[in-house]
Design a protein around this ligand. Structure first.
Ligand code: AHM
Ligand code: MG
Length: 331
């Protein structure tokens, strides 16, 4: 493969393909630098006293880890002064973050889950950052309402995985590309082009401890997979659950599979566990760009008209034929 840095890749997308604006290129570069800084902070672990809880809760009432707060601050500080953003929103902040008056403003809205899977941090298992980019409608104040656009309007989405290697997986709406951080030079380099998810799979990911709360279509689907060779599918299936969405999705991007955090009856006030705007939408965009599918069981995730910044949705994504099958069971 030709040796292409993220910088060169983005410049070619801007000048040769005219796919992105200079501001969007700057935005992605800045986010990638923030991910590098987060990767370094995570890598220090116990040496820098960054593990453990922060002693605070986020807007969804979940206990924040120190690294949740650190990662959120890294992303805010990196992105606030460059003039490419109108506002930012994060899993860790109740309301959108407005660009301080002393800095220029741009046309994009950036949303992120700064450290996804952070319950895995203290046990040294992969975590990641998920982000989504929208355009702020012209002449509109970048308040919470401006963010409430269907995922189909994303202009870019990506995630970083902080695992044995640090990866940045990116879509600009023309396929999915993977960049690996060279820890010696500090640059991201293109290592996989145009990732494609196999349409069929024998691997599924779901938190089976919630089984008693699942709805009928999911009970049926998982029951059939578990029945294996002797069941209606006539073949055995394998199961994986990292409990870091970035790691589970990245496995699916690499070798196929289906990931489900479906609607369940555990908490009638919640439609699912994962958040639409900065988890489900960016991952759905990436998975669809890789030839996979992403639905709630009832509709395509990126078609949902959001009603709140932190709203939750059921998520079923991955290999197309399996996602279509479960979605069909809901019909
Ligand atoms: P987080 O954003 O607070 O880390 O929560 C999201 C995570 C996902 O990464 C993962 O798929 C899921 O929660 C795991 O949930 P569970 O602990 O119920 O298995
Ligand atoms: Mg998350």
């Amino acid at each position: 493969m030709r040796n292409v840095s993220l910088t060169r890749f983005l410049i070619e997308k801007e000048h040769t393909n005219h796919l992105i604006t200079g501001d969007l290129r700057l935005l992605i570069e800045v986010v990638s630098r923030a991910c590098k800084a987060i990767s370094i902070a995570i890598g220090k672990g116990g040496l820098a006293d960054v593990l453990g809880g922060a002693g605070s809760d986020n807007v969804q009432g979940e206990a924040q880890k120190k690294l949740d707060v650190i990662s959120n601050e890294i992303l805010l500080e990196a992105n606030e002064w460059g003039g490419h953003l109108a506002a930012m929103a994060s899993e860790e902040m109740d309301h959108p973050y407005q660009i301080p008056h002393r800095y220029p403003k741009g046309e994009y809205l950036l949303l992120f889950d700064p450290l996804d899977g952070s319950s895995n941090i203290d046990v040294n298992v992969s975590v990641g950052t998920i982000f989504s980019v929208l355009r702020c409608p012209e002449g509109v104040e970048p308040d919470e309402k401006a963010f409430l656009q269907p995922g189909a309007q994303q202009v870019c989405a990506g995630y970083a995985v902080y695992g044995p290697t640090t990866l940045l997986v990116l879509t600009l709406g023309d396929g999915v590309n993977v960049f690996t951080l060279n820890r010696e030079t500090g640059a991201f380099h293109l290592t996989q082009e145009n990732l494609r998810i196999p349409a069929d799979t024998r691997e599924f990911a779901i938190n089976a401890s919630n089984q008693r709360y699942w709805e009928e279509p999911v009970q049926r689907y998982i029951g059939e997979l578990l029945a294996g060779k002797e069941g209606p599918r006539g073949q055995d299936f394998n199961m994986r659950w990292v409990a870091s969405m970035v790691a589970d999705v990245h496995r699916i991007m690499t070798r196929g599979g289906i990931f489900m955090y479906p609607k369940d009856r555990k908490d009638p006030g919640k439609a699912g566990k994962l958040r639409l705007m900065y988890e489900a939408n960016p991952m759905a965009f990436i998975v669809e760009q890789g030839g996979g599918a992403a639905t709630t069981g009832r509709e395509r995730i990126v078609d949902i008209q959001p009603t709140a910044l932190h709203q939750r949705v059921p998520v079923i994504l991955g290999s197309k034929n399996e996602v279509d099958r479960v979605t069909g069971y809901h019909a």
